[in-house]
Design a protein. Sequence first.
Length: 250
Amino acid sequence: MPLQFERTSKMAMLRDAGNSSDSTSEEVSWIAWFCSLRGNEFFCEVDEPYIQDKFNLTGLSDMVPHYRHALDMILDFEHEDELPDDQIQDVEQAAEALYGLIHSRFILTNRGLQKMLDKFLAQDFGQCPRYHCEGQAVLPIGLSDIPGEATVQLFCPTCNDVYKPRASRHQHTDGVYFGTTFPHMLFAVHPEFRPPQNPPKYEPAIYGFKLHSSAYKVMAERRERERQAESELAQMRMKQRALAAGAAAQ
């Protein structure tokens, strides 16, 4: 079965039939189809001219199987040769992985940063779960630049911490598709959108009295001394009982 026909059958659900019955339907591009899938909301649409520039894809052919077929699928190029049915799914998975790797490079360009900035301002990536960050918008980030090592996390630019995405559908996306650099590059290029730093911190209190940072350590040390004293006292009593029992036996 030709590769192009297999994929267009998947995209049929996303065709725009228009408002009137006589309007012509338009085929949705693979990139638009992929980014519209449930679970892929963190991705932006990479410009096709960027993908068509071979310089931008340097080194990716060694990282993705079925590279040529996967690239042609992303760019909606028709394939004259046919693939066995058992390879079609492999090529589709390769196309998704290849797009993710291309995406990680694209979002570091001016064009890519602007697209992701628009999603950030619209809070498409969600909000920081920390109470004192007051609903600060977050950005996707990878904790490793090696594929398969870590899933995507969410970086809060207010508290400078990372959090697991709330939706389970986002918890399986490879973090390498966003990389470790992206959020910091965005605010380096657009510092005017970086929120104020050093948000308030929650301070523990007992009956309204704030606890010193060393309070738990002091209490733990005191409790340890008490336990040690109790243990020594118990051993002393056991010795006294043994001596008393020995004296009685004599």
